[in-house]
Design a protein around this ligand. Structure first.
Ligand SMILES: [Zn+2]
Length: 181
C-alpha cells in the first residue's frame, strides 16, 4: 500500500519514534509499504514518521551507481534496499558537505554537513541485530533517516541563513498543514 507522505508542519514529524519490540509480520508489512511509498515518491529514504506512523523503522535505497566512487566498494557489502529497525548510530567519522533534500520538504534542498562514514546497529527483517558501516551518500541517508526517528528534520540541520532563504516555502508548507490536511 502506498501511503501519502506527510510534510513539514505535520506534528507527526516531530515525534520520537517508539522502538519496535519484535520483528513480526506487521513490521515486515510496514517495511514493504514504506518501500513502496518511497519508490512511488522517488526518494532514497523514508522514515515511519513520514507516513504518520510511530514505529522506529526507516528504509533506504541508495543505488551503487549514484554513490560516490570512493564509497562503492565499502557500501557494496550492504544489500539494498535496506530496512533499519530500531537503528542507532554508534560511530561517526570524517565530514562531507553536499546538497540534501527530504520528501517531507518538497522542492527544498540545501548543502548540509554530515559525517562521511557512520556505523549503525539495527534489527533486520529476521529480528537479528546487525552492524553496518556506510560511507558517502548512503552514510548521509542513514543520518538523515535516524534524525527523522528522533523528530529531527532537515530544517534543523540548516544554518540560520539557509533557513531564511527558504522561509517563504517553509511558511507555505506549514500553512498547508494547518489548513486541516
Ligand atoms: Zn527526510
Amino acid at each position: 500500500m502506498i501511503y501519502p507522505i506527510v510534510t513539514f508542519g505535520n506534528e507527526a514529524l516531530r515525534r520520537q519514534a517508539t522502538p519496535v519490540s519484535g520483528v513480526d509480520a506487521a513490521v515486515r508489512q510496514l517495511v514493504r509499504d514504506m518501500l513502496e511509498s518511497m519508490y512511488a515518491a522517488k526518494g532514497l529514504g523514508l522514515a515511519a514518521e513520514q507516513i504518520g506512523r510511530t514505529e522506529c523503522v526507516c528504509v533506504i535505497d541508495v543505488p551503487l551507481e549514484v554513490e560516490k566512487e570512493e564509497c562503492r566498494e565499502a557500501n557494496a557489502a550492504i544489500p539494498m534496499p535496506l530496512a533499519l529497525i530500531n537503528p542507532e548510530i554508534v560511530a561517526r567519522e570524517g565530514k562531507q558537505r553536499n546538497e540534501e533534500g527530504c520528501l517531507s520538504f518538497p522542492e527544498i534542498s540545501a548543502p548540509i554537513t554530515r559525517a562521511n562514514r557512520v556505523t549503525v546497529t539495527y534489527l533486520d527483517l529476521d529480528g537479528e541485530r546487525r552492524t553496518a558501516t556506510a560511507c558517502g551518500l548512503l552514510a548521509r541517508a542513514i543520518q538523515h533517516e535516524v534524525d527523522h526517528l528522533n523528530g529531527v528534520l532537515l530544517v534543523d540541520a540548516m544554518s540560520p541563513m539557509q533557513r531564511l532563504a527558504v522561509s517563504g516555502q517553509l511558511k507555505r508548507l506549514q500553512k498547508r498543514n494547518a489548513g486541516g490536511a
